[in-house]
Design a binder for this molecule. Structure first.
Ligand SMILES: [Zn+2]
Length: 367
C-alpha cells in the first residue's frame, strides 16, 4: 500500500518527523557510532587504524543525506594514495554542489588510503600493501585488510551504487575512461550513465573495491583519469559531468539530465587492444598524447640512447589503428616497460571520433 493510499483511508496520525510533499521521507544514514538524519550533512573523521604512536588513523568522510528518499551512492578516491584527481571530484560534489533537493544519500570518501596519501605513495607504506586488493577486508587479519573492513562495512555496504576514482600509475597517464563489469545490468547502467567515451569491460581483479562491492550487491565502477600527483582541471570537470549524469540517471538530482558523450565504445576482452612495450632501453620521444587516434603504421615514439646515435634509434609503430587510452609520461624505459595502451575502434566509432576532432580543430581555428 502506498503512503497516499494510507492517507486516503484516514490514517491521520502526524508523522514523527516532517515528511516531504510526497509524504515519504528518507531514512537516516547510520554507521558504527553515528547517525545522520534526513536533511542533514556531516563531516566525519572516522578511525580505521592506529599509527606506531598509538594515534588514530582517521579517514575523512562526508555524508549528505537528502530529505527525500532515493538511492545511497558512494564516491571514493585515493585508494591509491598518490592518485589525486578523484579527491577533487569527490570534494567538489560533497561541498560545492547544491544538494537541497537531493533524493537519496551521498557517501563521500575523498581519501581512503590516508597513510599512502600522507607519504604520497600508491600503497599503504606498511609493507607496501595495496589497499585496492584488500577489500572487502577482514577483522583480525592484516593491517590493510582491517582498514578495508572498516571502510567496507561502514561506508560501502550500506550503499546502492558506487564510483571509485583512480588515475594511472606514477609516470603514465590515462584518458578518462570507465572500467566496469558490463555483464552485470546495474553496473552496465551505471557505467553508461557516467557518459565516458570509453568503457573497458571486465570484472576487475579480486580484492578491488569495484569487484568486491559489486559482488556484495553494490554495483560499482572504476573511473580512470589522468596521472598521479596532479590535479588536472579538464579531467576533473569531465568527471564532474559524469557524476551529475549518474545522479540524474538514478534520480538523486531530479532536475538534471543524463549526459550523452557524443560517441561511446565498449572494449571487451576479445577486442583488439594491447599495451605496447619497449623492446629497447633508452629515452623516449613520445609522439602522441592520451585520447589521440593513431593509424596503423604511424610512429608512436622513438627510443634513443644518450648520444642520439642514428644506428641505435628504435622506432615504435602502431600495429593497428586505435585510440591511445594510456601513455608513458616519464620518458625513460627498460626493455619490457609499457609505452602506450592502444585499443582498436569499430569503423562507426572511428568516424564519430574523427568528426569530433575535425569539429574541435575548426573551433580552435575560429578563435
Ligand atoms: Zn589506482
Amino acid at each position: 500500500m502506498s503512503d497516499d493510499a494510507a492517507r486516503d483511508e484516514g490514517t491521520d496520525e502526524p508523522p514523527d518527523q516532517p515528511a516531504d510533499s510526497d509524504g515519504i521521507e528518507n531514512d537516516a544514514f547510520t554507521y558504527n557510532g553515528g547517525r545522520i538524519d534526513p536533511g542533514e550533512s556531516a563531516n566525519i573523521r572516522y578511525g580505521i587504524s592506529e599509527t606506531y604512536l598509538g594515534d588514530p588513523v582517521r579517514i575523512p568522510v562526508t555524508i549528505v543525506n537528502g530529505e527525500h528518499p532515493g538511492p545511497t551512492v558512494f564516491l571514493s578516491a585515493a585508494a591509491h594514495g598518490d592518485e589525486l584527481n578523484g579527491i577533487e571530484v569527490v570534494r567538489e560534489v560533497a561541498h560545492d554542489w547544491n544538494h537541497a533537493e537531493l533524493h537519496g544519500t551521498l557517501v563521500c570518501l575523498p581519501v581512503m588510503n590516508v597513510p599512502g596519501f600522507l607519504a604520497q605513495e600508491r600503497y599503504l607504506p606498511i609493507y607496501d600493501r595495496d589497499l585496492n586488493r584488500s577489500f572487502p577486508g577482514r577483522e583480525g587479519s592484516t593491517s590493510a585488510r582491517r582498514m578495508a573492513h572498516q571502510i567496507f562495512t561502514n561506508f560501502i555496504e550500506p550503499c546502492d551504487i558506487g564510483i571509485d576514482f583512480h588515475t594511472s600509475t606514477r609516470g603514465r597517464t590515462n584518458m578518462l575512461h570507465v572500467r566496469a563489469n558490463m555483464d552485470n545490468s546495474q553496473v552496465s547502467r551505471l557505467a553508461k550513465a557516467f557518459s565516458s567515451n570509453v568503457i573497458i569491460a571486465g570484472e576487475g581483479p579480486s580484492g578491488t573495491l569495484r569487484r568486491e562491492a559489486t559482488d556484495a550487491g553494490v554495483p560499482t565502477i572504476t573511473v580512470e583519469m589522468g596521472e598521479a600527483h596532479r590535479f588536472q582541471r579538464s579531467l576533473i570537470d569531465r568527471a564532474l559531468t559524469g557524476v551529475a549524469s549518474v545522479l540524474a540517471e538514478f534520480g538523486l538530482h531530479q532536475d538534471s539530465s543524463v549526459h550523452w558523450p557524443g560517441w561511446r565504445t565498449v572494449i571487451n576482452d576479445d577486442d583488439e587492444k594491447t599495451w605496447i612495450r619497449a623492446d629497447a632501453g633508452g629515452i623516449v620521444d613520445m609522439k602522441h598524447g592520451r585520447g589521440e587516434l593513431v593509424r596503423e603504421g604511424d610512429v608512436i615514439c622513438t627510443i634513443t640512447n644518450p648520444f642520439k646515435e642514428e644506428e641505435d634509434i628504435v622506432t615504435v609503430e602502431a600495429p593497428f589503428t586505435g585510440l591511445v587510452v594510456g601513455v608513458l609520461e616519464n620518458p625513460v624505459v627498460y626493455p619490457g616497460n609499457p609505452l602506450c595502451h592502444l585499443v582498436g575502434l569499430s569503423p562507426d566509432t572511428r568516424t564519430a571520433l574523427e568528426r569530433e576532432h575535425t569539429a574541435a580543430r575548426s573551433q580552435s581555428e575560429l578563435r
